[in-house]
Design a protein around this ligand. Structure first.
Ligand SMILES: Cc1cc2nc3c(=O)[nH]c(=O)nc-3n(C[C@H](O)[C@H](O)[C@H](O)COP(=O)(O)O)c2cc1C
Length: 188
């Protein structure tokens, strides 16, 4: 028994012993931290997902928008945002959410455009320091993955903990959202 003692202690210490902390893939989730969902959506899919996350978590929600009016023509719009990406542009944002410093968890939700998040989010991350917060990315897309955007967010916000992202298609399966939130410890 004496010889087993160090191993038993090591096992106990490896468990998440701090009360109120749940372990997520990338670190402990701040239980009870105020949460904000910052999202953009053009045709409504990401909006529906953002609103479902809001419904399940009770987080505040903010629509991140362009300061400028963008073309309504599909092709012109598509060309414009593609060009922004090629130029690594930082389009002007209409407004940032108030009181960002008061939030411990910030969800970032976006449609995948040309394999990445809209440049609007690069502007947002350039203008707002999210150090010390947990960033929870999510997106909708035709088939494109979220991985590139998550890697870019991690690089842009080295002082934040960026949790694993959720990518869904153009519909919102409620249970998949619940499973993801539970898996990250963001809901009970
Ligand atoms: C300009 C533009 C570029 C897109 N690029 C991609 C892409 O690279 N990969 C992909 O899977 N879907 C792509 N899509 C499809 C959108 O990601 C998908 O329809 C998404 O659900 C739209 O979200 P929203 O309804 O919130 O705007 C693109 C759509 C647009 C308008």
């Amino acid at each position: 028994m004496k010889r087993l003692f160090p191993y038993i202690m090591a096992l106990i210490l490896a468990l998440p012993i701090s009360a109120g902390l749940a372990l997520a893939a990338d670190g402990p989730v701040q239980a009870g931290a105020k949460a904000l969902i910052v999202y953009h959506s053009k045709s409504g899919h990401t909006k529906a997902l953002a609103e479902e996350i809001q419904r399940q978590t009770g987080a505040d929600i903010f629509f991140l928008d362009y300061a400028e009016v963008y073309p309504t023509d599909r092709e012109e719009f598509s060309d414009k945002v593609h060009e922004e990406q090629r130029q690594d542009a930082r389009p002007a944002i209409k407004a940032s959410p108030d009181g960002l410093e008061g939030y411990g968890v910030v969800y970032l939700g976006f449609p995948v455009w040309w394999g990445d998040m809209p440049m609007l989010f690069y502007s947002f991350l350039d203008q707002n320091d999210l150090s010390g917060k947990q960033i929870v990315p999510f997106c909708t897309s035709g088939s494109g993955k979220i991985d590139k955007a998550v890697a870019r967010i991690r690089a842009l916000e080295p002082g934040a903990t960026v949790l694993d992202g959720l990518r869904l298609g153009e519909t919102v399966p409620v249970q998949a959202v619940t499973d993801w939130l539970k898996g990250l410890g963001l809901v009970d």
